[in-house]
Every structure is written in structure tokens, then in C-alpha cells.
Design a protein around this ligand. Structure first.
Ligand code: NDP
Length: 273
């Protein structure tokens, strides 16, 4: 049976095995998918040993940059992101590196939520690896503007500069902004500390602005709670992004696109009830 894994450290919490097994079941693909704890000091050795037999892998924290360096070739979006979350063994034995995080986010917004990004004013909070991974696919949707606001403004400036050839992207501090926007994406890890980035509530146009937190959990995240309190038009967490990036990886490996809606509903039921 074709073997796939997700590499991470830690990895026990990963939802990828459930997602990929449900996709395989739904599409009738014969494959095995497991979580694999890679050693912090030898991702390359662990991945190379797996790929003696294995066909593909997802890669999560903290190995996305190691996977980028390990890949023999890269898709343009992985090249731009500087990080790889999906490895696929090619017919000649080499490893192709892809990054499906941005496509997952864009698909969750445009297909699942029916929210077109074209002509929209977008605010992204955070300037870490996740933001770097999503900027290219988001800018490809032709938004009116993308503003990256971060606690450490320098990091937002570096990203804005790096992607400025792809569209209207600017950097900011959290408290510099006041005018309403169409979409706010929280890509900080502030929710982990139970915090909400200190942005003005006037950025939310009641009944209109879509607020999206890349984080997810059993309970609504602090950012989702705050956005709901401000009267946001729609509030979403990042479980859909997780499912869509997994589906995109599955498609790369198997050439079959799973239907994510029933799988997402099942994962929410299984993991968060
Ligand atoms: P990084 O560690 O690379 O970046 C963290 C970011 O959060 C930085 O911009 C940092 O700011 C900011 N930050 C951390 N704590 C705070 C705080 N208390 N207040 C304000 N800003 C803060 O993380 P990633 O970019 O990899 O991930 C970001 C989030 O996205 C995580 O919660 C992760 O779980 C989620 N994610 C979800 C995915 C999904 O499929 N749903 C996929 C990928 C990520 P500074 O630069 O100033 O330190």
C-alpha cells in the first residue's frame, strides 16, 4: 500500500491523519497515512529514510524550512513562500516540494465561504511563516489592497517588500489603522496566549467585514469571540484552511480532489465534541 506521513515535532495533536484517511475512504484510494515524530536535529535523515519507500509527506512545525531545503525541485508557490508543507516523490525518485497553505486559505474563503477576494481591502495580522505562505495565492486573486500589520513592524515591512511585485501590499503597526476593511485575517499566534492583537474595532464594518482566524479549537478563539462582539458580518476559524490545504496535498499525490465539506463536518464532530 502507498505510504504517506505527516512530519512534525510535536505531532501527536495533528489532525492530518484523520483528514487524509477520510479523504482516502471517500475517494476509494488505497493508501496508508500516519503521523511521524521527526527528531529536531535530523529532519533530513528521517525524511530521506521514509522516502526509500514512502510516496508523500505533509510537513508541519518546525520543519517547513528544512523540507524546503530537502526538496530537489519546488513549485513556484513553495519557492515564494520559502517553506514546504507537502513533499511528493516523483517517478524519477526526486522530491517535489509544494506549499498548499495559501491555496487552502483562498479556497476556504472563496469556495466554502463564497467570499471573492477581488477588489477587496484585506488586513492580515501577523508576519510569520503562515503569512509568507499565503501572500502569493491571496495577491493572485486581485484584491484592492493587502496590509500586513505586525507587533514587530520590521517583519511586516520585509514581507511587504518581498511580495510587492505581485500586487498592492503594505506594512503597518497594529494601532496605525482605523478605516474599515472587508476582510481581517488573524495569522498571529496571539490566541495561544488567550490574546487578541490590539487593533481598532473601527476596522470592522458591522454586518460586513469577514473576520478569519487561522487558529481553531474546540471553543471559539479569542479573536473570533472579539470579532463577533464587534458585529462582524461573518466569523470563521482556520479548520477549513487546514482541511483545504490537506485536500490540495491529497490532489497533488493522488490526482483526485476530495470533497472537503463532509470531511470537514466529520472532523469538527470527531475532534471538537
Ligand atoms: P510564527 O511563529 O511564524 O509567527 C507568529 C506571529 O504571531 C508573528 O507575527 C508574531 O509577531 C505574532 N504574535 C505572537 N504572539 C503575539 C501576541 N501575543 N500578540 C500579537 N502578535 C503575536 O507562526 P505561524 O506564522 O507559523 O503561525 C501563525 C498562526 O497561524 C498559528 O496560530 C498557527 O497555528 C496558525 N496556522 C494555521 C494554519 C491552518 O491550516 N489553519 C496553517 C498555518 C498556521 P512578532 O513577529 O512580533 O513576534
Amino acid at each position: 500500500m502507498d505510504r504517506y506521513v505527516v512530519f512534525g515535532n510535536p505531532i501527536a495533536h495533528s489532525k492530518s491523519p484523520v483528514l487524509q484517511r477520510l479523504f482516502a475512504e471517500q475517494t476509494g484510494q488505497s493508501m496508508q497515512y500516519d503521523a511521524l515524530l521527526a527528531p529536531l536535529d535530523d529532519f533530513a535523515g528521517c525524511a530521506s529514510a521514509f522516502f526509500q519507500e514512502g510516496r508523500g509527506a505533509n510537513v508541519t512545525v518546525p520543519f517547513k524550512e528544512d523540507a524546503y531545503r530537502l526538496a530537489n525541485s519546488l513549485t513556484p508557490r513553495a519557492q515564494r513562500a520559502g517553506a514546504v508543507n507537502t513533499l511528493s516523490k516523483q517517478a524519477d525518485g526526486t522530491l517535489l516540494g509544494d506549499n498548499t497553505d495559501g491555496a487552502g486559505l483562498v479556497r476556504d474563503l472563496t469556495v466554502n465561504a463564497g467570499f471573492s477576494l477581488k477588489g477587496k481591502r484585506i488586513l492580515i495580522l501577523g508576519a510569520g511563516g503562515a503569512v509568507r505562505g499565503v501572500l502569493e495565492p491571496m495577491l493572485a486573486e486581485s484584491p484592492a489592497s493587502v496590509t500586513i500589520a505586525n507587533r514587530t513592524v520590521d517583519k511586516a515591512e520585509v514581507l511587504a517588500e518581498l511580495f510587492s511585485d505581485l500586487g498592492p501590499v503594505a506594512a503597518s503597526g497594529f494601532d496605525w489603522l482605523h478605516e474599515p476593511v472587508d476582510l481581517i485575517i488573524n495569522a498571529t499566534s496571539a490566541s495561544l496566549a488567550g490574546e487578541v492583537p490590539p487593533i481598532a474595532s473601527s476596522l470592522i464594518e458591522p454586518g460586513q467585514t469577514l473576520c478569519y482566524d487561522m487558529m481553531y479549537g474546540k471553543e471559539p478563539t479569542p479573536f473570533c469571540v472579539w470579532a463577533t462582539e464587534q458585529g462582524a458580518g461573518q466569523v470563521m476559524d482556520g479548520l477549513g484552511m487546514l482541511a483545504e490545504q490537506a485536500a490540495e496535498a491529497f490532489y497533488l499525490w493522488r490526482g483526485v480532489r476530495p470533497d472537503t465539506a463532509p470531511v470537514l463536518a466529520e472532523v469538527r464532530r470527531l475532534l471538537f465534541t
